[in-house]
Design a protein around this ligand. Structure first.
Ligand code: NAD
Length: 253
């Protein structure tokens, strides 16, 4: 993809699933990548996989709920690779599917801290560095849950709507200064997060894909390629856009 080779950036939640696939795809396109994750083992595993494929990556242990961790993640990217050209703010958690009246404050708080405020903390540290270096491209991970309603997933769904709003508003603020900010909105993607839901609530997960246009789960690589493309020069006039990668789910009414 145009303009990725020779760049450097970071991916949060890169120790598993979609983040791992994106970090690997950036590296395969010739970028240097900081693999950021709260999970040390998963992060090191991603770095090993990238190095085995001949790529260049560094693990930085990062909890996106911790402001100083996020600050350090951005600092280490610039210290190690000299620049921050792209960022994929992807770290997130799912939640048990529970009716609204049975949900707890704890569930709401942890989902908001990680899925929404985690993305904001990353933007807050990344944007000043990108401004200093003349621009950059950022992709935040939302979801199809950020584009429409879901049954029994109110807190998760509202964090993902929040990520779309955050993306659009930040894109307006910094579009004139050379920073493009977009979101990916995956449908059901076969990752450990979904495998866990399949174990606890298989019927609910089946409901999400039965009768849908492409009638299958998506793969992490299918989100990774769209994310790297959004950061490439091939997407140079796209900003503030929530891109559905969902096998047509949001095309249904
Ligand atoms: P995953 O569980 O495979 O990976 C998530 C990663 O985020 C893990 O490595 C985990 O350690 C990390 N993480 C969790 N909390 C963190 C924190 N506080 N700080 C740093 N890292 C943290 O899940 P995934 O399916 O790859 O999900 C990635 C993103 O995609 C999430 O934001 C998720 O909401 C979103 N998403 C997933 C799907 C899907 O179907 N899998 C669909 C739509 C959106």
């Amino acid at each position: 993809m145009k303009g990725i080779e020779g760049t450097a950036g970071l991916v949060t939640g890169a120790g598993s699933g979609i983040g791992r696939a994106t970090a690997k795809r950036f590296a395969a396109e010739g970028a240097q990548v900081v693999v950021a994750d709260v999970d040390e083992d998963g992060g090191h595993e991603t770095v090993e996989q990238i190095e085995d494929d001949g790529g260049d990556a560094t693990f930085v242990e990062t909890d996106v709920t911790d402001e100083s961790d996020v600050e350090q993640m951005v600092e280490e990217t610039v210290d190690t690779y000299g620049q921050l050209d792209f960022a994929h703010n992807n770290a997130g958690i799912g939640a048990e599917m529970v009716p609204l009246t049975e949900q707890t404050e704890d569930t709401w708080d942890s989902l908001y801290e990680i899925n929404l405020k985690g993305v904001w903390r990353c933007l807050k540290e990344e944007i000043p560095v990108m401004l200093e270096h003349g621009g950059g491209a950022i992709v935040n991970t939302s979801s199809v849950s950020g584009l429409g309603g879901d049954l029994n997933m109110t807190p998760y769904n509202s964090t993902k709507h929040g990520v779309v709003g955050l993306t659009r508003s930040a894109a307006l603020e910094f579009g004139g200064e050379g920073i493009r900010i977009n979101a990916v909105c995956p449908g059901v993607i076969e990752t450990p997060m979904v495998n866990e839901l399949l174990e606890t609530a298989p019927d609910d997960v089946e409901q999400m894909i039965i009768g849908r246009p492409m009638d299958r789960f998506g793969q992490p690589d299918e989100v990774a390629s769209a994310t790297v493309w959004l950061c490439s020069d091939d997407a140079s006039f796209i900003t503030g856009h929530p891109l559905a990668i969902d096998g047509g789910v949001t095309a249904l009414h």
